[in-house]
Design a protein around this ligand. Structure first.
Ligand SMILES: Nc1ncnc2c1ncn2[C@@H]1O[C@H](COP(=O)(O)OP(=O)(O)OP(=O)(O)O)[C@@H](O)[C@H]1O
Length: 245
């Protein structure tokens, strides 16, 4: 089997039935063991890109695969290869962190011993005293840690994130970014939709700027040298001005 990127999108077009193209020739590849940040103005099509990967939005043309599986043809099989964290992670309020993890794993057909779940919650840096608390009082950062622990246990090769750090304080953002670095080290392909230029600059290997449903430009970090946040911001402004013109 050829070694293809876990996320591969080629010349994708998509509309929501109204005729206007929301994705208009989108091409993007995310290799294993890497983080790509997907940036772009409101309405550029970032969340729609995730919806297409998850098999929730049907392309009009082009090709899209997740670990070689077409999510249009076989959404269930494709979803088994992915973990998805929406902006606000949906978990069961009346269950504890442990119970949530157990239940979500059971839903995806996996049985993990309690010790394994505890290890994953610890790896996700959820404080031990929170493991047996109901989620009702959890902050957004704590909820994300539970969701990431489940993703770690599922050992999925693809992680999709929609604005994961919006509303997180700088400390929680740094903790979360550290988790993503660990997920990358395990070999996952991570695609992160974000408006958080600082996080993108800190942890992404590549940054793709989406503009009117296609990647207008893509930049890669070179070795130890990170992205320049002000440079990213300037590019963002240029895009906004071009679209407004
Ligand atoms: N379910 C839907 N039905 C119809 N139109 C939709 C649907 N979802 C999104 N759109 C439209 O598609 C376009 C792209 O939306 P999308 O949510 O993908 O953008 P985005 O880049 O994620 O924006 P934001 O940064 O605001 O979250 C927008 O014009 C939006 O109104």
């Amino acid at each position: 089997m050829p070694n293809i990127d876990p996320i591969l999108i080629s010349d994708l077009t998509l509309d929501y039935g109204g005729g206007d193209l929301v994705l208009d020739g989108l091409s993007l590849a995310v290799p294993a063991g890497s983080i790509t940040a997907l940036l772009g103005g409101n309405g550029a099509g970032k969340s729609t890109t995730l919806a297409a990967l998850l098999g929730f939005a049907r392309p009009r043309s082009g090709a899209i695969t997740v670990c070689g599986i077409d999510p249009v043809m076989d959404p269930d099989l494709a979803r088994r290869r992915m973990a998805y964290l929406p902006e606000n992670v949906a978990l069961y309020e009346h269950l504890t962190a442990m119970e949530n993890a157990e239940y979500l794993l059971a839903l995806s057909g996996e049985r993990v011993p309690v010790a394994g779940i505890e290890d994953a919650l610890a790896a996700a840096a959820l404080q031990k005293r929170a493991w047996h608390q109901r989620l009702g009082g959890f902050s957004k950062g704590m909820r994300q840690k539970v969701a990431i622990a489940v993703a770690l246990l599922r050992e999925v090769p693809v992680l999709l994130l929609d604005e994961p750090t919006s509303g997180l304080d700088p400390r929680a953002t740094a903790d979360f970014n550290q988790l993503l670095i660990e997920v990358r080290a395990r070999g996952a392909a991570v695609l992160m939709v974000t408006h958080d230029l600082l996080s993108a600059a800190d942890i992404a290997d590549r940054i793709a700027f989406l503009e009117a449903g296609r990647v207008a430009y893509e930049v890669a970090a070179s070795g130890a040298e990170r992205f320049d946040v002000r440079g990213l911001h300037a590019r963002f402004q240029l895009t906004a001005e071009r679209l407004a013109a």
